[in-house]
Design a protein around this ligand. Structure first.
Ligand SMILES: *[C@@H]1O[C@H](CO)[C@@H](O)[C@H](O)[C@H]1NC(C)=O
Ligand SMILES: *[C@@H]1O[C@H](CO)[C@@H](O)[C@H](O)[C@H]1NC(C)=O
Ligand SMILES: *[C@@H]1O[C@H](CO)[C@@H](O)[C@H](O)[C@H]1NC(C)=O
Ligand SMILES: *[C@@H]1O[C@H](CO)[C@@H](O)[C@H](O)[C@H]1NC(C)=O
Ligand SMILES: *[C@@H]1O[C@H](CO)[C@@H](O)[C@H](O)[C@H]1NC(C)=O
Length: 393
């Protein structure tokens, strides 16, 4: 009779032996993303980090399905691994079939391969490869146009030494919007806890926030702050932030504050919290131009409101819409435009306002001086004379 404790020792030794023999094999693809044209044939390499001890099959999955009749690439023959062969890498040919996106992944009946779900290639099958490059170029141009679009207003203010004609509600909404968007972007991009959570929900997704989004927003916050600073420095007439705007912006920050408490007591996740900021940004984008358009209408002038800003914003907005269309065409995926109307709708909405400003500037009020510019000054002069007269007499 074997004493019980020897049995345990035996089990323990078997366990150690089992761990030591390739129980920690990983697999990877030679690329993590791939753009190919329809009918293009591209070679990828799959590598195992070590030999397996038992025979196994490597099975290809297409966006988590084993077989997809509508798949965008031709089916790839599964790989049978013969453990005695000593092979640890294989070539596969990926051939584009239909435009669209597919995630090529792996599965296996072997328990030796760890984290097999982490091995995948994001494949975009496109109508045309040159269009992929054209789209990237368009992306950089609208990034530049939008980034530069803040400067003409700063210049106009500095040149006139006046901010009369620039609506303060617009600035107030704008800084709120960019700060909210900045929190969202910085959180998604730099806070590991948040991005980890995002990838738990979208295991094979791409972070929706890229580095240029982060840079764009931080830059926007900086320049908008400078513009606001100019309002304290230069002549501003009787302009002030309206009560409606104060209430709306206070409500937005109150909402953010309350949500922060809710997040701290762990009722909602940080990711959800950051999404609330993106809703603030959406709301702001819907209303921010309204006060400026109304003010131009009342003054019958666009003086003080930089048309350079509008033209650059219009350029950026149109190029971004154009890019959305080209991207959708190139991968036959219109769901990103019509499936997610927010991005498209907001872009379109901003462009409509830009067109309105262009009409106001070039057609309706044609660079005319506002009639109240003089009255404003007179009021001020009157006020200061009364003031000075009060003191001199
Ligand atoms: C597997 O190997 C990696 C290094 O290649 C090591 O960091 C990891 O801890 C190992 N995992 C297990 C379960 O042994
Ligand atoms: C892809 O190219 C390889 C050679 O590089 C060839 O063996 C294979 O048949 C090609 N596949 C298709 C579908 O053209
Ligand atoms: C996986 O399946 C293949 C047959 O499809 C078989 O030869 C192999 O032994 C299996 N491997 C494991 C670890 O079950
Ligand atoms: C690979 O294996 C899966 C699961 O067994 C099977 O559904 C699929 O048809 C195989 N693919 C090919 C190309 O043989
Ligand atoms: C797998 O085994 C073969 C011989 O059987 C050897 O040449 C090769 O280097 C091994 N691969 C790895 C990654 O250890």
């Amino acid at each position: 009779m074997v004493p019980e404790k020897y049995g345990f020792i035996l089990l323990y030794l078997i366990a150690i032996w089992d761990l030591g023999s390739g129980e920690n094999v990983t697999v990877k693809f030679s690329k993590s993303s791939l753009d190919i044209e329809v009918r293009e044939n591209h070679t990828l390499i799959i590598t195992l980090s070590d030999n397996l001890t038992r025979d196994a099959d490597l099975i290809f999955t297409y966006s988590d399905k084993y077989e997809d009749v509508y798949s965008n690439i031709l089916p790839i023959p599964n790989i049978s691994i013969d453990s005695k062969e000593g092979l640890t890498s294989w070539q596969i040919n990926v051939v584009g079939d239909n435009p669209g996106h597919v995630i090529l992944g792996l599965d296996s009946n072997s328990s030796e391969i760890q984290d097999i779900k982490k091995a995948f290639v994001r494949i975009d099958v496109v109508h045309s490869s040159p269009l992929v490059i054209i789209n990237a170029v368009i992306g950089w141009i609208y990034f530049a146009a939008w980034s530069v679009s803040f400067y003409p207003q700063v210049y106009v203010n500095w040149k006139r030494k006046s901010v009369v004609g620039l609506n303060f509600d617009f600035l107030c909404y704008n800084i709120t919007g960019f700060l909210a968007y900045g929190f969202f972007n910085v959180g998604m991009y730099w806070v590991k806890e948040v991005s980890d959570e995002y990838f738990r929900h979208h295991p094979r997704g791409i972070n929706p926030v890229q580095l240029n989004d982060v840079i764009f927003t931080l830059h926007a916050v900086l320049i908008t702050s400078i513009t606001i600073f100019q309002c304290f420095l230069y002549e501003r007439g009787t302009q002030r932030v309206s009560y409606v705007c104060r209430i709306l912006v206070a409500a937005a920050w109150l909402f953010a504050g309350i949500s922060l408490v809710v997040t701290l007591v762990k009722k909602i996740t940080w990711l959800t919290y950051l999404y609330y900021f993106s809703y603030i940004k959406l709301g702001v984008t819907l209303i921010k131009y309204v006060p400026q358009a109304w003010m131009n209408y009342k003054r019958k002038s666009t003086m003080g409101w930089s048309i350079g800003n509008v033209l650059l914003d219009f350029t950026g907005g149109s190029l971004s819409l154009l890019q959305m269309f080209l991207l959708s065409y190139n991968s036959d995926d219109w769901s990103s435009i019509f499936g997610d109307p927010t991005k498209f709708g907001l872009g379109f909405f901003s462009i409509l306002f830009d067109i309105l400003f262009i009409i106001q500037h070039y057609c309706l009020y044609g660079g005319k001086n506002p009639y109240e510019e003089i009255t404003d000054k007179e009021v001020e002069i009157n006020a200061s004379t009364t003031e000075s007269s009060r003191y001199s007499y």
